[in-house]
Structures are given as C-alpha cells and as structure tokens.
Write a new protein. Structure first.
Length: 683
C-alpha cells in the first residue's frame, strides 16, 4: 500500500517545477510514498498540471494499481494530447487495464507522434500480440529493434512472441542476445530453460529452473513456470505447493489460481477444480484461459454441453487463442461433432502455423474417420505434442525410414505408450520380416510384455526396457543394431489403409511354460470373463471406466460362469459375488501377460471396457465385447460395431456421453441370447 509522509511545500520556498523535479527524484529512488505526497500537494494548488498527473500515472502503474493510474493518465492526456510521453504512459495504462481496443487506437496515434522511439514499437508489438495479430506484432518488434538492436524489452518481447507461436529457434536467438547484454537477466534465463524443456531436455530444464528458484525463491514468475513444469511432469504435489506459495504473495494471481484448477483437473478432482476456476473468474472474468480451464473441469464432470459453452466463450473472447481453439476442438470430438472440431484445429494452425497439438489432433481425427493415409502423417507429430514431447528414446543407430534395405541387417523396434498400443502394433514385426526375410528384429519393450512378445514368430530377441532410465539413455545397453524405429510408426511406413490392415491372427500365442489351469472349469457352463476399469493411474482414461456395481445384473444370468480379470479391487459390495461363487477371481493367477493369455484360451467370451486385455484378446482371436465410451479412441473408428484390427472384437458404444445405462442393457440382452446359443450348440 502507498503511504503518506511529510513533504515540502511552497511555503518552504519550493516552486511547482522544483517540487515536481523532487517528486521525480523520489520516484526514481524508489520512495514512491514521498513522490505521491509531493505530487498530490502540487495538484492541490494546480489540479490540472499534466506533468504531475503523468507522474502519478506512472507511479500507480508500477505499484500495480492500473485503475488509479488510469484516472491520472486520462488527466495528463487531456491536459496535453500532443505530448508523446504522456501518450506512452496512457497506452501502458490501457494495456495493464486490458482495454485492448482503446489501447490499439492510442498506440497507433503514438506511432505517428514518436515513430523513431523504440519504446513506441515495444508497446505496439505487445498490444498487437495480446490482440492475436501475430503478423503486426512481429513487424512492430522488428521496427523497434532496427532503431535499437540492444533494447532489452524488445528482445524479451520478441523472444516471448516467437516462443508462443512455436518458433523456438528464433526465440532462442533473441534470448541469447539478451543474455549477452545482461547475463543475469532473470526472465531471459527462465525462458531459455523453458525452451530446453520444449526441445525434450525436460530433466535438465527442471534442474536449472530449480536452481533459479533457489536464487530467487520469492520471484512469482520463476515459481509459476517451475510449478507448471512440475505439473506437466506429474509432480503435482510440489507444483501445488508452489502455486499456493504464489497465492501467499499475491492472493489473486490468475496463473496460480488456474494452475491449481488445472492440477486438480489432472487428478480428476473436477468439482474442486471448478471451485478454483470460479474463484479466479470472480476476480477477473475476462480471461479466456479461465473459461477454457472451466471447460476442462466441466468436461471431466460429464457436462460436455456446458463445457462447450464455456470453451466457445473463451474463443469468442480471444479468437486467436491457439490453446482455446484446440481445446474447443477436443470437446467437439467428445460431442461427436468431428466436422467443427476439424475447423477449430485448422483455425488454431492459422493462428500458430507450427502448433503441434493441432497437427497431431488433426491426425487423430483422420484416423478416427478411417482416413489412414493422412492420419498416420498427422500421428507422426505425436512426439512434438504435449503428451509425448521429450519422451522419444535415443538409440545408437539410424531411424529406419521404410525404404532402406533391411536384408541382413538388425532392426530394433521399441514400444511406446500403453500396453494396448504395444499389443496391437507388434503384428508389424511379422510384416517387416515378410518383406525382408533375412532381417534380424530386436524388440525393446516394457518388462511386463517380454514373455508374451517372445511368442511373436518374427522377433529374434526381446529385451526389457529400464523404465527408470530417461529416454536419452534407453539405447545404452542395446547390442549392435543397424536401424531402429517406433512400433507405432510402422503402419505409416508400411502404408497401411483400411483395406490392407494386417490381420494374420493369432500373432500372439500361449506358452507351455506359463500355462495356468482355469479354476472351476465346468464344461456345461459358458465361461465369461469381465473387467470394468482401465488404468486408474491414467486420468485421461477414466471415462472408459464404470463402477463394479454396473455389472452386477450380469452375474445373475443363468447358464454361465463369470470370471474376474480386473486387476484393481471391486466395489466393496462386490465381495458377495466372490463369496457365493457367482464370480471367480482370476487375479491371483494373472502373474503376467503370458499367464493371462493361457487363461484367455480357456474362456468363451470376454466382456470388458477398453483395456490392454481387449488387445490381448484381439491378438489371440479370443471373442471379446468391448463397452466403449461415447467418444472412443481413434483405433475403434466412429460409429462401427466391428473393427478392422480385430475380427473377434465387437464394439458396444455409449449413445449418450458418460452414460453406461443403455450399453449395459444392450450387453445383458445380447449376453442372454449368446448363452442360449452356447447351450443350443452344446446339446
């Protein structure tokens, strides 16, 4: 808070001009209280003194009191509308008040008044950038740097602009130049490390920003960027602590309020997240990113229609907001409005041509629509999208491009993402060997998949990944190889289309050394296995899950024996079904995927949500009914009950988002019919 102090007056023989100079001196020395007191005393005798109003506007602006600054700035330009310094202060005030349209008009006037002043073009660029006019902002920063190549504010502003539109190399040039001018410049050091994170050097970036935090423990920007990186790395506890520390310094900090909201959304605590977004919007309802964050929370609560309203409002507030446009596209996919989702992805790319998230999401849309040709190309951008950026492993060989002759060579294939992805695409190893019979293929996979992948006929060697090692070190323990490639890149290299999806099934087999006997295997009963939940640790997959209680009506159907293949614990009420034998627990026998495969060979039908088990069934040719959410993964395509990847698989999809009622009625009806058919075939 600004406080008053005793100040000299005219009775002490000081003129208005001398008093103004004294106030300016106090302001430059950081004694804003004394500067304000002197200024107010001058205005008491001369209320329309423009120079004093301009000084007070600058003081209140630096004290983060933009509305008070605006009152005095208005007085200053009213007193002398042709003074470029007053106009400059006025534009700064309008910028900090977020009155963007008026700021744009005023900064254009400033450009006519002071075209040779670098500060003019810094303001011009900042305002155009905030309005989403990237081209004009770039031009303004360029003009400013031509006038003053060593202007720190322009270098910083231009670097941030390039960083925001994904021009990381240009951004790095400006920050590097800034650090040559001032090696201790905190924002430049901070942004250089954030650029390292973007390039995949996330561990190093976090270490360096942690050191910045040690040196500047009370700097809000350092805390916020450090917290954001930690949240992206799923270190949410430490991130939340930092956000809360920011709020201790600035109780209404929008970035911290939003960070806590997003962190809670990440953990699927959507109602709590909404509370934080509501709190932020009470303070500043005109921030589009807050409306976008609220949309994320509402979507997680199953309120897709309401989430769309919030997301649309965010985009209306800033039509050039790439993240907002992209998030609206994702919600439209949830609502099965694929046409408009695509439009918004393309719009985000118009705003930011190198926006990798949109390129990747367009690829997913193409795959979902069955346009695999374009889809694989977009899917190749996954390594640059937020979910996988920095996770691409490094191996001591060339990447196979699909054209190099592999005859007599050693090709390493490595898995990525979840177990289901690995089980689905390991089939491509057989395709590669069919094309190059003398190639030796090494598979580098999660330890849990080693025994199962050893049954794939084309794999000469299966090695377990060290999951604790960072991606850059994955290749250190690998024997000599000639080429390497990601498993999920092979469909693109092998030019897979819907008409030629490889379905030489089974391509995964059981192993005699991992055989497990199915308990209570009564030949007179149809043997049906069930699951109801996907990976509980992956919050993005939670929409695939349902409560155990949803399946209870199935266990009352006569003529079948039901088996649990769910690895997580059931609802407490489900224990009764285990106790009375209506549900046999296979969990203790499912030591690994090879044991699970042995059990599946003895099962007549699997009824499951979308899990890795579904892919194992499909790869072995085991009949499986998959209960799908309304908006499902791209590999299941849109609106189909069958699937090109797995002939033994049947899709039973929600018709209403987040509602399993109709699906379960469908499953129960068809399951009764299937059990009757089973017994008719037996008799």
């Amino acid at each position: 808070m600004l406080q008053t102090a005793e100040a000299p007056n005219q009775e002490q023989g000081i003129s208005e001009y001398e008093a103004l100079s004294l106030a300016e001196d106090f302001y430059r020395q950081g004694n804003v209280q004394q500067a304000v007191l002197i200024s107010e005393q001058i205005l008491h005798g001369r209320p329309h003194y423009a120079f004093v109003h301009d000084l007070l506007a600058r003081i209140y602006l630096s004290s983060e009191l933009p509305q008070m600054a605006r009152t005095h700035s208005n007085q200053a330009v009213a007193g002398d509308s042709l003074n470029p310094k007053f106009k400059h202060t006025h534009v700064q005030v309008l910028r900090d008040c977020q009155d963007w349209r008026r700021a744009e008009r005023e900064v254009r006037e400033l450009a006519h008044m002071a075209p040779n002043w670098a500060e003019t073009w810094l303001l011009y660029g900042q305002i155009q950038f905030s309005l989403g006019d990237i081209h004009t902002a770039t031009a303004a920063f360029t003009v400013g740097l031509e006038l003053d190549p060593d202007h720190i504010g322009l270098r910083l502003g231009y670097g941030k602009l390039m960083m925001d539109i994904g021009q990381n190399e240009l951004s790095e040039e400006h920050f590097s130049r800034l650090l040559q001018l001032d090696s201790e410049h905190l924002p430049a050091n901070l942004f250089m490390h954030l650029l390292r994170a973007r390039k995949g050097e996330r561990k190093e970036a976090i270490e360096h920003i942690a050191k910045l935090y040690e040196k500047h423990p009370d700097d809000v920007d350092v805390m916020l960027h450090y917290a954001n990186l930690l949240r992206e790395e799923q270190n949410r506890g430490e991130a939340m602590t930092l956000y809360e520390k920011v709020l201790q310094v600035d109780a209404y900090n929008m970035a911290a309020l939003m960070g806590i909201g997003l962190g809670l959304s990440d953990l699927s605590h959507h109602k709590q997240a909404k509370h934080w977004f509501d709190r932020a919007q009470l303070e500043d309802p005109d921030r589009p990113e807050l409306w976008a964050g609220m949309a994320v929370a509402l979507s997680g609560m199953g309120q897709v229609s309401e989430a769309l309203n919030y997301s649309r409002r965010a985009v209306r507030m800033n039509p050039n907001y790439p993240d907002g446009l992209n998030n609206l596209g994702l919600l439209l996919v949830e609502a099965d409005d694929l046409y408009n989702a695509r439009k918004h992805y393309y719009r985000s790319m118009e705003v930011s041509p190198t926006y990798q998230e949109a390129l990747f999401n367009i690829g997913l849309l193409d795959l979902l629509a069955g346009n695999l040709d374009d889809g694989w190309e977009g899917y190749a951008m996954r390594w640059e999208a937020s979910t996988l950026k920095g996770f691409k492993p490094i191996y001591p060989s060339e990447e196979w491009d699909g054209r190099a002759d592999l005859s007599g060579k050693v090709l390493l294939l490595y898995t990525e993402q979840g177990f289901g992805d690995c089980l689905q695409f390991v089939r491509y190893a057989d395709m590669v060997q069919e094309r190059y019979p003398s190639v030796k293929i090494v598979m580098h996979c999660q330890p849990e998949l080693v025994e199962t992948f050893e049954t794939v006929k084309s794999l000469n060697l299966v090695l377990a990944k060290d999951l604790a090692a960072p991606p850059a070190e994955h290749g250190k323990s690998i024997p000599r190889i000639d080429y390497h490639q990601a498993l999920l890149t092979l469909p693109q290299l092998m030019r897979t289309r819907l008409r030629n999806v490889p379905i030489d099934i089974p391509y995964i087999h059981t192993r005699p050394d991992y055989e497990v006997e199915l308990p209570e295997k009564d030949s007179d009963l149809m043997k049906i296995a069930v699951t109801w939940s996907s990976n509980l640790a992956n919050i993005k997959l939670l929409k695939r899950n349902m409560p155990f209680t949803n399946l209870e009506p199935l266990f009352k159907i006569e003529g079948a024996r039901f088996y649990n293949m769910q690895l997580s614990e059931p609802h407490a009420e489900g224990q009764a079904f285990f106790d009375d034998g209506r549900l046999i627990d296979l969990k203790p026998l499912m030591g690994n995927f090879a044991n699970t495969a042995s059990l599946l060979k003895q099962i007549d039908l699997v009824v499951s949500v979308d899990t890795g088990l579904v892919h194992l069934c499909g790869a072995m040719g085991v009949p499986v009914w998959v209960m799908m959410p309304y908006s499902a993964d791209w590999r299941w395509l849109s609106g189909l009950e069958t699937n090109q990847w797995y002939p033994s698989l049947r899709i039973m999809r929600q018709s209403v988002s987040h509602s399993w009622k109709e699906v379960l009625e469908w499953v129960e009806h068809d399951l009764r019919a299937r059990i009757r058919q089973f017994h008719a075939e037996k008799s």
